[in-house]
Ligand binder design. Structure first.
Ligand SMILES: CC(C)(COP(=O)(O)OP(=O)(O)OC[C@H]1O[C@@H](n2cnc3c(N)ncnc32)[C@H](O)[C@@H]1OP(=O)(O)O)[C@@H](O)C(=O)NCCC(=O)NCCS
Length: 157
């Protein structure tokens, strides 16, 4: 089955998406208050996305398309036991491919301080280190080819 990158739509996909985010970004950081009913998840132009390997959901990200040709990447998370195995890189390359296919030329993220070296490895640059979550950005090349082509993960988007 391999790696799949898909937009969250079905009930079981929403369940996996929220479970990963709650676990990685809240429980493991000692935070509570994760709201799986937040209206932002369903706002126009907001794309909740799931990375699965062999049918198992292991990573999430949300891409917000609502700001012209700049997309905002939110709440990137890979399950802890699968971190540092290249899945974050695959997830972000799929986000870039999807963004390019939607005509975006720039991505921004309010990075967790721990994750800054990860984004730097992937070619992101620091825009504003002064924030609690530093603002980073990456310029991307637009594409006319859409997503889901080539040898990458299956992307039914
Ligand atoms: C940050 C995160 C998404 C990275 O995913 P990952 O699957 O571990 O990353 P990868 O294995 O694809 O790593 C890609 C590259 O970044 C490097 N990297 C990843 N995390 C790193 C870190 N914390 N510090 C330094 N380098 C890091 C890897 O070594 C790798 O480099 P290489 O290709 O030269 O070997 C994941 O660790 C995670 O979910 N962390 C907790 C939640 C979080 O902080 N999310 C970001 C919110 S903005």
């Amino acid at each position: 089955m391999g790696i799949e990158f898909l937009q969250v739509k079905k009930v079981e996909e929403w369940r996996a998406y929220h479970a990963i985010r709650r676990h990685v970004l809240f429980d493991l950081r000692g935070l509570d208050g994760y709201d799986d009913t937040h209206p932002d998840e369903h706002a126009p132009g907001h794309m909740p996305l799931l990375l699965r390997k062999d049918g198992v959901a292991l990573g999430t990200v949300r891409l917000d398309l609502s700001e012209g040709t700049t997309g905002i990447v939110r709440l990137v998370a890979i399950m802890p036991e699968y971190q540092r195995q290249g899945l974050g890189r695959i997830l972000m390359s799929e986000v870039e491919r999807l963004s390019a296919s939607r005509g975006l030329s720039r991505l921004e993220v309010y990075a967790a301080p721990d994750a800054v070296p990860f984004y730097e490895k992937l070619g992101w640059v620091m825009v504003d280190p002064g924030k609690i979550s530093p603002l980073m950005a990456k310029e991307i090349e637009s594409s006319d080819h859409g997503s889901g082509s080539g040898d990458g993960p299956r992307s039914p988007l």
